[in-house]
Design a protein around this ligand. Sequence first.
Ligand code: URA
Length: 214
Amino acid sequence: MPEKREQLNSITKEISTCRKCPLYQFATNSVPGEGNASAEIVFVGEAPGYYEDQQGRPFVGRAGRLLEQSLDSIGLNREEVFISNVLHHRPPSNRDPLPDEVTACKLFMLRQLEVIQPKILATLGRFAMNVFLPEAKISRDHGKMKKVDDYDFIVFPLYHPAAALRSGSILSDFREDFDRLGKLLKLQSAELNLMKKQEGIDESSKMEQMGLRL
Ligand code: URA
């Protein structure tokens, strides 16, 4: 079995020549995702924007700066985590992803997760969240961790940082949720593994104490 890094590199190559939807025709670069191949936490956003398309790297514009500051606030930097997107080519004028584009492109991100095997998947915005939690609503479910059948990781939905930059109240929710995510990461080792073995994750007094919610 090739090393994780090699497996991720081969997914990156496939993304760069992907023709499963028309978006490659408008893009300057594909944006495959980047970071630690053994990350405990993976962040998944929606789709590359202008700067990401120019540089071929995820979250390098204003939203990316907020993501980096937020990572810093919980003692992490972008090299320690893995950052990807649902779509790997920029939609024209940053329009929302179309259902067919999500269906075709999400498979690359799901394969990246299979390789990395993170403990936590933090989704950024509703498109990434709905890949894993189709019924979830971002305004209701942000900041609430969920264990989803079929996946070994815990899903932790966050608002998209671009939405947080547009609204003060979303920014304050985003910061609170990030704080919770930091606490969840600290809990994650032995205790979290124990909780994951249970059917779903029971509300525990320890988690309550730490301000974590289900
Ligand atoms: N917004 C996203 O959803 N992804 C990026 O990579 C950048 C901005």
